[in-house]
Design a protein around this ligand. Structure first.
Ligand code: BG6
Ligand code: MG
Length: 223
């Protein structure tokens, strides 16, 4: 098991970890599901966390038994419609939308010389980081458009560690989604989950709130 002293880098998810865009994604998908006549549930919403735009749409259509009702072109139009609604909300964001403690955590990582990369499935990640004024912290971003597989496949976290030139076991991956924790574990990194311990039971460590995520608390859990 990796010790705290072995850790040299952090690979971050964005939505639901650094800022609460997971709520904005959920609201925009919920609106689209309503317009398609697909019943919404918390389970459906939670299952979409960390999942790419087109895969999310497929999951919603499947939940409503409508997976064969649309052509590829129509699906792309639906996904674009969701994205337009989502981006309109993102454009209202400011640094006040950074989740509690996260700016201080990022500053502490910088001060202690840890290297950072971003492993978000979102094609809007650079735009969100810009709105939060955090672009400087993440010059190393995995481009989700270049991936073959989405979370829970390890590819995005493997690439996140490669951007840091670190072996995976020297990296902590930070996630709010079960699919993301599975991806971190499969990449051989240490998984830090933020959220419901039941939902994120596969993580090496879980914090219920972003405000608890500090280097001191991580050191205590890792030993
Ligand atoms: C992930 C979110 O970070 O990005 C998902 O958790 C979202 O909810 C996915 O669907 C893709 O985002 P985007 O911005 O490319 O549609
Ligand atoms: Mg997330």
């Amino acid at each position: 098991m990796t010790k705290f002293a072995d850790i040299k880098g952090f690979v971050f998810d964005l939505d639901g970890v650094i800022t609460d865009t997971s709520i904005l994604h959920g609201t925009a998908w919920h609106q689209l599901a309503d317009s398609l006549g697909v019943a919404w549930s918390k389970e459906l919403g939670d299952g979409l966390k960390g999942i790419s735009r087109m895969d999310s749409l497929e999951m919603i259509l499947k939940a409503g038994g409508k997976e064969n009702d649309y052509t590829q072109a129509e699906k792309e139009k639906l996904a674009a419609q969701k994205n337009t609604n989502y981006v309109a909300e993102v454009d209202k964001m400011t640094p006040a939308n950074i989740l509690p403690g996260m700016k201080a955590f990022l500053d502490s990582l910088r001060a202690k010389g840890y290297d950072l990369s971003l492993a978000s499935a979102s094609k809007n990640a650079p735009r969100v980081l810009g709105k939060l004024q955090l672009a400087d912290y993440f010059p190393k971003i995995v481009d989700p458009a270049t991936l073959t597989h989405g979370k829970p496949d390890p590819e995005i976290y493997t690439r996140g560690a490669e951007l840091l030139n670190l072996p995976p076991e020297q990296c902590i991956g930070v996630e709010d989604a079960a699919a993301g924790v599975a991806a971190i574990n499969a990449a051989g990194e240490v998984s830090l989950g933020i959220g419901d311990a039941k939902e994120l039971g596969a993580a090496d460590m879980v914090f219920s709130d972003t405000a608890e995520v500090t280097l001191e608390n991580i050191a205590k859990k890792l030993g």
